[in-house]
Write a protein of this length. Structure first.
Lengths: 307, 310
């Protein structure tokens, strides 16, 4: 075989480098598309919806006339559903994460729970809606209420919170536990006074990401049969006649932001497109700011913790 | 350990306190276990609801008709229950989505793990994360009112609702999942493999495609499988942008209902609890769950079979 001359070798190298450069360009191009989609989305909704960004839009109920319709019942509903979701999902998720990291023995039961959690994360969200329709709405008789919706979304984001809790706990070195137990603390006292507080930032990040996911979920809430036209507010939480009146609000019918957007998007009248754009922009601001807080928290944590 | 020993006061007092402490410790452990068991209960609940309602459904409709009929008209007088009509919509839209998401996601992953410097990565990863966090209803709005008009400039015959525009946007939605999982898999490939390739004179691209990608194959495959599950289970983009008429078609430029958008359509109406229309959504849901289950199992098998250990 003829040995390559210097020129040929240079040509081979140049060709290889050219391919590298081309691929770099393609990679950046793909990233640019992703960025472009986000920017186009936000810009489009902002420009189309800009005429609706008035106080009226936020304090009006849905209406048959597009220009008078507002998102009051939608954002109040979203807030209340998130409250139920957080109250159910955070204690359950943190407790489950704590159990799996600090208490669970390596046996079949633990294995079943772990496999289960990772499989649940891949179940389509609409299937949770069917679960809720069968169990919460009809078996438990909660009806199409804030309670049903909140619990459904809580089950949906439980895997996210559990995984975040476990990762945060796993990052705490063993010496913390040994130190605590060496001075006579029980396992629960160690968890209560050391593990949970130190894992808090990580848990919080998971909770925010989970809630940001939940606030944008539409399919499971439509499936349980939430109404799309609600022109009243649920009772203000915790203000009714105690004890029964305190929880009136959880049984109230409701609507949420994504359902309101869906409703407006699926109307043929283009005037409602403007409403959909404006409401979509508001929802995006909510979700993106929650995500931004979570990303920032994670970034801070990575910088600050030195055991 | 017993707390009823009351001869020696000081010792028994301390024992009693200890026993109380043990009891509360046990109770807390039981409570935590119960919280962890909620996830198992969720799975049991899902399977129970879908299977029990589907049994009612299949008492009225034969499984053979369900699988072979070519019409899906459950609410008409002349009712037909051919799930293939809905499955075709799901398959076509997922196919379009994956045709976008797999190449784009893989290229981004290779770029971020093998080419980009840490500065680009610090910017790119949050962007991808934000893209993955956008609510699907917003993507649906985007598909219907932004992407469809743009596509109609290129394909003037494209109807206002189509699997194509919904699928394209679904693909963009799935890109972050593939990119981040694949990048993790590729970054887990040890540096020494790359160094070996560079020492032999390979370029970066050659190393990436012929050393890193094969070594990370099980991770890449797992990310593709997850992407398929996402595409099959995606609901709102299709409900908004693909139209909701059942349509047995393999052509992405037509409107069609999918399994998921059919469930949404029925839930929006006011069907009485227990009616055949109500039962169809559970049969459709069971079909959906079985499809994603098959892909999950396939994913786990692929991961186990092609896992490389270093």
């Amino acid at each position: 075989m003829q040995p390559l001359t210097n020129e040929q070798i240079r040509a081979v190298i140049a060709r290889g480098k050219l391919k590298d450069t081309i691929f770099k360009g393609v990679g950046l191009f793909c990233l640019a598309i992703a960025l472009l989609v986000i920017v186009a989305l936000i810009a489009d909704m902002f420009m189309k919806g800009s005429e609706r960004f008035t106080l009226d839009f936020f304090i009006n109920f849905a209406s048959r006339r597009a220009t008078q319709a507002g998102i009051l019942s939608a954002w109040v509903g979203s807030l209340l559903v998130m409250l139920v979701t957080a109250l159910a999902a955070v204690p359950l998720g943190v407790a489950a994460g704590l159990y799996l990291e600090e208490y669970a023995k390596r046996n079949w039961l633990t294995h079943v729970i772990e496999v289960n959690i990772s499989n649940l994360a891949a179940v389509p969200s609409i299937v949770y809606g069917l679960l809720a329709l069968g169990i919460f709405v009809y078996q438990f008789g909660f009806g199409q209420s804030i309670l049903s919706a909140g619990l459904t979304l809580a089950l949906l984001i439980l895997p996210i919170i559990i995984v975040a809790t476990r990762e945060a706990i796993r990052a705490i070195p063993a010496m913390i536990r040994e130190g605590s137990m060496a001075v006579g603390a029980t396992r629960w006292q160690t968890c209560r006074y050391h593990i949970i507080p130190y894992a808090m930032p990580g848990i919080l990040t998971g909770v925010i990401i989970g809630l940001a996911r939940a606030i944008g979920e539409t399919a499971p809430i439509i499936t349980i049969g939430a109404l799309t036209f609600i022109a009243f507010l649920p009772p203000v939480p915790f203000t009714g006649e105690p004890p029964a009146g305190l929880f009136d609000w959880v049984m109230s019918p409701f609507t949420v932001m994504p359902i309101q957007i869906f409703n407006w998007t699926s109307r043929p009248d283009p005037a409602f497109e403007v409403n959909a754009a404006a409401a979509g922009f508001v929802l995006m601001v909510m979700v993106l700011s929650m995500n931004a807080v979570a990303i920032y928290l994670r970034y801070k944590m990575r910088k600050n913790i030195k055991w | 350990m017993s707390a009823n020993n009351s001869d020696a006061h000081t010792v028994s007092d301390r024992l009693a306190k200890n026993a109380m402490r043990n009891v509360s410790e046990r109770m807390i452990e039981a409570l935590l276990l119960a919280a962890a068991a909620v996830s198992v209960l969720t799975t049991v609940g899902i399977v129970y609801v879908l299977v029990s309602e589907s049994i009612h459904f299949f008492q009225q409709v034969s499984i053979v008709d369900f699988l072979t009929d070519t019409q899906w008209t459950p609410l008409f007088d002349d009712a037909h229950f051919g799930i293939m009509v809905l499955v075709s919509g799901t398959v076509v839209s997922s196919f379009v989505a994956l045709a976008v998401a797999i190449p784009m996601g893989t290229i981004i992953a290779i770029y971020l793990s093998e080419f980009a410097n840490s500065k680009v990565r610090e910017i790119a990863k949050p962007i991808l994360e934000l893209l993955g966090g956008i609510p699907t209803i917003v993507f649906g709005y985007f598909a219907l009112l932004v992407v469809t008009p743009v596509l109609q400039l290129i394909l003037p015959e494209l109807p206002g609702f189509s699997l194509l525009s919904a699928g394209l946007v679904m693909g963009i939605m799935i890109v972050p999942y593939i990119a981040s999982l694949s990048e993790d898999a590729m970054r887990a490939v040890p540096m020494s493999l790359r160094e070996g390739a560079y020492a032999m004179g390979s370029t970066r691209l050659y190393t990436a495609l012929h050393v890193v990608v094969p070594a990370a194959f099980s991770g890449l495959a797992a990310s593709y499988i997850l992407a398929i599950s996402r595409a099959v289970g995606e609901t709102m983009i299709l409900a908004v942008a693909a139209g909701m008429q059942p349509n047995l078609t393999w052509n992405p430029t037509e409107p069609a209902a999918t399994i998921t958008s059919y469930i949404v359509q029925v839930a929006l109406g006011d069907l009485p609890h227990g009616s055949i229309g109500y039962l169809t959504i559970f049969a459709a849901g069971l079909t959906l769950l079985l499809i994603t289950l098959v892909f999950n199992i396939l994913g786990q098998w692929l991961r186990a079979k092609f896992r490389e250990n270093y």
